[in-house]
Design a binder for this molecule. Structure first.
Ligand code: FRU
Length: 505
């Protein structure tokens, strides 16, 4: 196989060094930031979006990520890199993949998202390269190889390996997920059929097949929106889970739906994915581009960007943290499985429990309309576990005010009557975030459970055994933040445990 060696390629090395220096410069500023997360993964400095190339490789979790090391806004993309043995403590490593070739020279593009797979003692990355096509993006699919354990990559000399969209597919075609099945390699690409992502195109996933990983044959559209699942599918993933197959993607223009998971069967021979169940990995405002990892313990882990594009006033402002020299973090790593109906169940990985301390328990208590203070040893970095005994609860709604002081609060509304969960952030901070998110809450027994993770700028909720998750950003700066619980329309029986979570950063 013909790889372009980077070892003596001065411009490549120079780019790596420049990017590294820029990241370190921003890291100094980011280190002072008041909005820094305490236990969610962040880049040392600069911009971060999608997780890329996530893999369990040589005994460690590797997390690459979309990264602009030169600024805390989106721009020319590189792949940042970190490794972890437990998904909780991460070690930052040098920037792994840099735009160095003419096919990836777009200043608002570079090296876009992709995935990795191990092959013959090497780690292969498949990614989207972007260059100009007139004043538009040309998106092609490329390969790079690492022979030093994932630290640095050399590009394939014959790149791009997938040069143009097949007939009927618009120019939006990206984020290759590379996988092995039987004796073949496959790439699944997210794309848009017809008019394109920004028009009335139809989101879809395309399949490519290869015997040697270098020559790729287009096999067809394996699944499509049919006018119901968005205009373009970004960051498509395809993986086996509990004996079935999951096709996940982040659709464009599908309202609150940002992380669709379709459960079904994958017929590689006929290039067809048939699905029976649709779930959403997360219903919050900030959860995007999830990527799966099959790890050494038989688990399927999902990493995702704790953000999404909708909320950003594009090209002008990337939110309140951007002036701190960083922007973007990852949501907590989740372990996922399917329930008997094929729905996705998400749980924060067990390893996160090692961060707990200062346990405080209320025991079973009766809650009514009078707000009741909840004891949080750390007002910012904490985990709260709530059980609601539905047999002994008459109330219609349970409210939990988080990170509150006076009028400022993020409110979780558990509507037992209508079986809905709402995160209301109208008054969460000084007016940067607004609005609320509501989703169905599958209450299916006599006990309802919720786990809430609070960090400097995020609240992540796992409810109903992990069938219903919500990840939202908030930017509170008010002092003396507290938590309260109360209910409406009668009493509720609840049992609450709260832990302080270690501040790692
Ligand atoms: C998703 C996405 C990808 C693209 C990358 C660019 O968030 O738009 O489709 O590869 O981000 O940074």
């Amino acid at each position: 196989m013909d790889w372009k060696s980077i070892a003596n390629d001065y411009p490549y090395q120079e780019r790596v060094i420049k990017a590294q220096q820029a990241q370190q410069k921003l890291a100094k500023k980011a280190g002072q930031g008041i909005f820094r997360q305490q236990y969610h993964f962040m880049a040392p400095g600069g911009w971060l979006n999608d997780p890329n190339g996530c893999i369990w490789y040589q005994g460690q979790y590797h997390l690459y990520y979309q990264h602009n090391p030169f600024d805390s806004v989106w721009g020319e993309m590189y792949w940042g890199h970190a490794v972890s043995k437990d998904l909780v403590h991460w070690q930052h490593l040098p920037i792994a993949l840099v735009p160095s070739e003419s096919y990836e020279d777009h200043p608002r593009g570079g090296v876009f998202s992709g995935s990795t797979i191990s092959k013959d003692n090497a780690l292969i990355a498949a990614y989207t390269a972007t260059t100009f096509q007139g004043n538009q993006h040309l998106q092609t699919q490329c390969l790079a190889r690492s022979t030093d354990g994932g630290l640095s990559f050399e590009k394939f000399a014959m790149n791009p390996v997938i040069t143009s969209p097949p007939a009927g597919v618009s120019a939006d075609i990206r984020d290759p997920r590379i996988l092995r099945h039987g004796d073949r390699w496959y790439i699944v690409l997210g794309a848009s059929l017809g008019a394109g992502a920004w028009s009335h195109g139809e989101g879809c996933a395309l399949l490519y097949e290869s015997a040697d990983m270098l020559h790729w044959k287009y096999r067809g559209v394996i699944a499509r929106s049919g006018g119901k699942l968005g205009t373009m599918w970004e960051c498509v993933d395809l993986y086996p889970l509990n004996g079935q197959w999951v096709l996940s993607f982040s659709p464009m223009f599908l309202g609150d739906s940002k992380t669709v998971c379709l459960t079904g069967t994958m017929d590689f021979q006929n290039a067809c994915f048939s699905w029976h169940t649709r779930s959403e990995l997360d219903w919050g405002t900030e959860y995007y581009a999830p990527q799966s990892i099959a790890d050494g313990c038989g688990r399927t882990i999902v990493m995702a960007w704790q953000n999404a594009w909708d909320w950003m006033p594009w090209w002008q402002d990337f939110g309140p943290v951007s002036s701190e020299g960083w922007c973007g973090c990852m949501a907590l790593p989740r372990s996922i499985s399917l329930d008997q109906n094929g729905r996705i169940i998400s749980a924060p990985v067990e390893e996160l429990k090692t961060l707990r301390s200062n346990e405080q328990k209320t025991g079973w208590i009766t809650v009514d309309g009078q707000p009741r203070e909840l004891p949080c040893a750390d007002p910012v970095a904490f985990e709260m576990e709530i059980k609601i005994d539905l047999q002994h609860t008459q109330s219609k709604i349970v409210y939990i005010d988080l990170r509150s002081n006076g009028d400022k609060k993020s409110r979780l509304i558990i509507d037992l009557d209508n079986k809905q969960l709402t995160f209301d952030r109208h008054h969460a901070d000084n007016g940067f975030v607004k609005g609320m998110r509501t989703c169905n809450l599958p209450i299916e027994g006599n006990m309802l459970d919720l786990r809430i993770f609070s960090d400097t700028i995020s609240i992540e909720v796992f409810a109903a055994g992990g069938l219903c998750c919500m990840s939202n950003l908030i930017y509170p700066t008010h002092q003396d933040q507290q938590c309260q619980i109360y209910s409406e329309g009668g009493i509720s029986q609840v049992n609450i445990t709260i832990w302080q979570i270690a501040r790692l950063l």
